[in-house]
Design a protein around this ligand. Structure first.
Ligand code: SF4
Ligand code: SF4
Length: 427
């Protein structure tokens, strides 16, 4: 089944035309800032201690968080996050701090000794863990965990899921031979025999020569949102039957670097998009640097009413200031001019059905929204499968009543996570 064929004609007619980008922008490396900040749920370092590049600082949702540079841990702040006041720890590393002679004399943690790409799968998976390789995506995971699954298909995502972002295309088109080598490495490490690389036409063209003699499929993604989302690429490739695991191209390349060069996964490549909606930069930056550093490196200035998003304009999270830092959840940085920002009116649902027509996961966002609005989270989760939502945002984008449907779906998923019992009461 092709990517376009998996939806009905009404869906194809009514969905908004949001083009995906296959042409990368100019690339810039962000200098190491004086301060790197990481947020973890379980800290593995102590205040005042020296920190080495690649050192495990802690875990965030079971994802390893590694220091991107040497320095000293000068602050360890315990804060509460989110609606439920979930306790987390922020670790501040001063990258310019002076280390004692004894501290300087300690052996660096990286680079590790190179490993053969055809080493035993268990050794490769262990190396990915040691190097902190993360499958950077909407729901990040340690790469080794993502590969330890029983799947029919491994998809390397060399496509940027959201309009306005192009970092995956930049990485893939910049090193096609390495992308193919990384795909083969992950196939060997995971034992998944069917491997595909998904990309827009310019990326597929760039990869074709390198993939010629490799047993790897190239999946050309139609250049419209939301075709590049992992779930939709996998569904189309498997013809709706079977299970696929997806690894973004950045993570695949980081895995290859961990094996061949012994390097940790501490650099991220993301797209920064300016308020005019057209100007872009691909930024390679150390994890832990602030959005202020990213915007400065891109040469973008925030005007008084500009909004800032961690991600693209369909799935990005709104930021209230530029102190937030780059982590494995961030896929880009978008400056949004005030007039382009969507406002929520939160009027009553008029039952137009547009949200359900456009939902690529065939959910009924109008019902999830109504139930969530009145606090019936469990019923929304159980009867309307809220957890299958991929947060594409198309329902809210199209809703004429301006209902914050994605926020409600998020709320349902958060409130019902690990809650086995049914909720009392009815809508
Ligand atoms: S955000 Fe979720 S519910 Fe809304 S259209 Fe996308 S997948 Fe469907
Ligand atoms: S698009 Fe908005 S108004 Fe229309 S059915 Fe969905 S929630 Fe209701």
């Amino acid at each position: 089944m092709s990517l376009m064929a998996q939806f009905g004609p009404q869906w194809r007619r009514r969905r908004p035309k949001l083009p995906l980008l296959g042409e990368p922008a100019a690339r810039t490396s962000v200098e190491l800032p004086e301060r790197l900040v990481y947020t973890v749920e379980q800290a593995a370092a102590e205040q005042g201690s020296p920190v080495r590049r690649g050192q495990l600082l802690g875990l965030e949702s079971d994802v390893p968080v590694l220091a991107a540079a040497d320095g000293r841990l000068t602050e360890l702040r315990r804060i509460k996050r989110g609606r439920d006041g979930h306790p987390v720890t922020q670790l501040v590393i001063d990258t310019k701090a002076e280390l004692t002679e004894e501290e300087q004399a300690a052996d660096p943690l990286f680079p590790l000794e190179p490993l053969a790409v055809d080493a035993a799968p268990a050794s490769l998976l262990e190396r990915f863990e040691r190097a902190g390789v993360v499958a950077v995506s909407r729901v990040p995971q340690a790469l080794a965990t993502r590969l330890r699954v029983n799947a029919e298909l491994l998809v390397i995502g060399a496509v940027d899921a959201e309009p306005g972002l192009s970092a995956a295309a930049a990485l893939a088109q910049g090193a096609p031979q390495r992308v193919v080598a990384a795909a083969k490495l992950l196939a060997h490490a995971s034992g998944i025999h069917r491997v595909a690389i998904a990309g827009l036409a310019p990326t597929i063209d760039a990869l074709r020569g390198a993939a010629e003699d490799a047993d790897i499929e190239l999946l050309e993604v139609p250049p419209l949102y939301p075709n590049g989302l992992d779930e939709l690429v996998a569904r189309a490739a498997l013809d709706g039957d079977g299970f696929a695991t997806a690894v973004p191209v950045e993570s695949a390349l980081a895995a290859l670097d961990a094996v061949e060069k012994g390097e940790p996964h501490v650099l991220r490549t993301i797209t920064a998009r300016a308020a005019d909606g057209n100007t872009r930069r691909e930024l390679t930056a150390p994890a832990g640097c602030s959005f202020a550093d990213l915007l400065g490196a891109a040469g973008f200035e925030l005007r008084a009413h500009d909004r800032l998003l961690a991600g693209g304009e369909m799935m990005g999270a709104a930021l209230i200031d530029t102190d937030a830092t780059l982590d494995a959840w961030v896929r880009g940085v978008t400056v949004l001019a005030d007039e382009r920002a969507a406002g929520f009116a939160c009027e009553p649902c008029i039952d137009c059905g547009d949200c359900a027509t456009l939902c690529p996961m065939r959910l009924q966002p109008q019902w999830i929204g109504r139930l969530a609005e009145y606090g019936h989270y469990q019923r929304a989760a159980e009867e309307f499968d809220a957890e299958r939502c991929v947060r594409c945002g198309l329902c809210a984008y199209t809703c004429p009543a301006g209902r914050p449907l994605v926020q409600w779906i998020e709320l349902v998923c958060r409130e019902t996570a690990n809650t086995p019992s049914a909720e009392g009461g009815a809508a």
